[in-house]
Design a protein around this ligand. Structure first.
Ligand SMILES: *[C@@H]1O[C@H](CO)[C@@H](O)[C@H](O)[C@H]1NC(C)=O
Ligand SMILES: *[C@@H]1O[C@H](CO)[C@@H](O)[C@H](O)[C@H]1NC(C)=O
Ligand SMILES: *[C@@H]1O[C@H](CO)[C@@H](O)[C@H](O)[C@H]1NC(C)=O
Ligand SMILES: *[C@@H]1O[C@H](CO)[C@@H](O)[C@H](O)[C@H]1NC(C)=O
Ligand SMILES: *[C@@H]1O[C@H](CO)[C@@H](O)[C@H](O)[C@H]1NC(C)=O
Ligand SMILES: *[C@@H]1O[C@H](CO)[C@@H](O)[C@H](O)[C@H]1NC(C)=O
Length: 479
């Protein structure tokens, strides 16, 4: 199909006499410290510019990448919000932003939370992702200089990290006569990877149920793709129907005193976007309230989020149970259900959003244009896309018990589908889920030794339910 891929054919021809690169999927490296202040979230590590400025970026979104600039750190300076690394824009200013005059609206940074500030200025620079093909020149970036998240209380909070673009439908992005490179297209044209495509499972940094992240360009790890794979035409940032949202018990006793399985979604189906650049489950208030009325949660009006009542025994039972929030997405008759275990929904808010860390449930009721399933959802979902055949895929991703690394699968430019592994999803969680009857037995045994506490601060083995274990909950750098 040479006429459909002129950019690619041209570069492939001109490269024919050069030494061929590996032509294999490339796996990105992950930052060792997760980012907050509402995670912890896994992030990838990139080096930008000739100075190799190191940054942890969340992978997600299309077109340009966003980076936090170093002078942005002077805002809200009493809170450390720049430890994921920043970009010095000196060169951008010297080069008059390469002449790029396009300025995306603030909410292009993330869709699931309101963003205020000026439109973002842009620049381009080289990105080192640690791949065989070397650095990728002229990657476009929005510069986060004056943009803040605004919550229902009207307060402005700083961004803690940028977002690494996964690609776009066009091989290059152009602003007047300036052309910038789209990472997977460039790598494919350069013959570093088999096609302009990617496979992503962000995984989870939640303490006790960590799942390492996996991001490949040109392919995917089949062990991250479990069960039925739902395919869509177009680009992964498109809108898709959420058909049902249920609380389910998938293993062991129920921690709930109601019959689970009822559809709690208001507005059926609800058209949503998946956006890994956004943190929450940004859903209509009525849907969040349906969930909150069944779970030990207290609404935080100012933030539009829900705090777990960690003193409630039901909270502890839920966090030890094999229960999930089950999202059914797709068209009628062509659906996939993604289970997000409640352990991954015990996330942490940190300063400046709160004074001291608290556990929260990420249903977000703030005003957003389109409902968004953000990173909280993507902890347990695989998203892949082939930008050449214009197909993308969604599937259940595994829990903490990952199988030993297996063969990586390539995505070829003509591929319309991908195949997952035959791994049983529940088996990747079963060791985490303490059967509730075991937990109750522990509590009972404990009760004979210590004074049982109805507010749950006294636990078997002398642990405390809401101790801060300090294992990477805070934001950090990637050094
Ligand atoms: C952060 O800085 C911005 C800009 O100065 C300010 O408007 C906002 O109130 C600050 N936010 C917090 C939480 O201090
Ligand atoms: C990067 O962009 C600049 C400015 O448009 C151009 O001169 C240069 O050739 C480009 N470099 C590459 C490797 O594409
Ligand atoms: C791939 O990119 C590297 C670094 O930019 C360059 O040296 C090499 O020639 C390119 N290879 C091909 C096949 O285009
Ligand atoms: C929930 O998360 C908090 C951190 O915010 C952690 O300290 C606590 O142990 C977790 N609770 C359970 C029951 O896993
Ligand atoms: C704890 O007390 C309960 C009720 O009195 C009793 O049935 C159980 O055997 C006791 N457990 C231990 C370990 O003593
Ligand atoms: C919770 O339990 C702790 C320890 O048993 C106790 O000190 C505290 O007063 C209790 N709080 C409430 C609100 O009951």
């Amino acid at each position: 199909m040479p006429s459909k891929y002129p950019f690619r054919s041209a570069l492939v021809l001109s490269a024919a006499s050069l030494t061929l690169a590996d032509h294999e999927p490339q796996a990105i490296r992950w930052a060792t410290t997760p980012v907050g202040p509402d995670g912890p979230w896994n992030a990838v590590e990139v080096r930008v510019g000739s100075g190799e400025q190191r940054m942890a970026l969340v992978p997600g979104g299309d077109w340009q990448t966003s980076v936090v600039t170093s002078d942005y750190c002077s805002f809200n300076a009493s809170v450390s919000h720049c430890s994921a690394g920043t970009y010095s824009k000196d060169e951008a200013i010297e080069n008059d932003l390469n002449g790029i005059r396009f300025e995306p609206r603030p909410n292009s940074l993330e869709e699931g939370v309101q963003i205020e500030g000026r439109n973002s200025r842009m620049f381009m620079d080289e990105f080192d992702l640690g791949f065989d093909g070397g650095v990728i020149p002229n990657v476009s970036m929005t510069l986060t200089e004056s943009q803040f998240r605004v919550y229902p209380n009207g307060d402005w909070y700083p961004m803690f990290t940028g977002c690494l673009s996964l690609g776009a439908i066009d091989p290059q992005q152009h602003y007047d006569d300036i052309y910038t490179n789209i990472i997977p297209w460039y790598l494919a044209a350069n013959q570093t990877i088999p096609s302009s495509s990617f496979g992503l499972h962000i995984g989870s940094a939640v303490g006790g149920t960590e799942v390492s992240g996996s991001l490949m360009f040109g392919g995917y790890d089949p062990d991250r793709v479990l069960g039925h794979v739902l395919g869509f035409d177009g680009v992964f940032t498109g809108r898709i129907p959420l058909r049902r949202l249920r609380i389910e018990v998938v293993q062991g006793a129920s921690p709930f005193d109601f019959d689970t399985g009822e559809d709690l979604l208001e507005g059926d189906p609800l058209v949503v976007r998946l956006d890994a650049c956004s943190p929450y489950l940004s859903l209509p208030m009525a849907t969040c309230e349906n969930l909150a009325s069944r779970l030990p949660l207290n609404y935080d009006t100012g933030l539009g989020l829900y705090l777990w009542d960690t003193s409630d025994q039901t909270y502890r039972n839920i966090m030890h149970s094999g229960s999930v929030l089950a999202f059914t997405l797709g068209e009628r008759g062509s659906e996939v259900t993604i289970n997000v275990p409640f352990q991954h929904l015990n996330l942490t808010l940190e300063p400046p959003l709160v004074d001291a860390p608290v556990s929260y449930f990420p249903c977000y009721t703030g005003d957003v244009a389109v409902p968004v399933l953000g990173r909280a959802f993507l902890q347990d979902a695989f998203v892949g896309g082939n930008l050449e055949s214009e197909r993308w895929w969604l599937a259940q991703a595994p829990g903490p018990l990952l199988p030993d690394a297996s063969e990586i699968s390539s995505i070829e430019w003509y591929d319309l589908g991908i195949e997952g592994s035959g791994i049983d999803w529940a088996a990747t969680w079963s060791e985490v889920w303490t059967a509730l009857d075991e937990l109750n037995q522990e509590l009972q045994d404990d009760g004979n030794r210590t004074t049982p506490s109805s507010n749950g601060t006294t636990l078997g083995g002398g642990q405390t339910s809401n101790s801060e274990d300090g294992n990477g909950m805070t934001t950090g750098d990637c050094n």
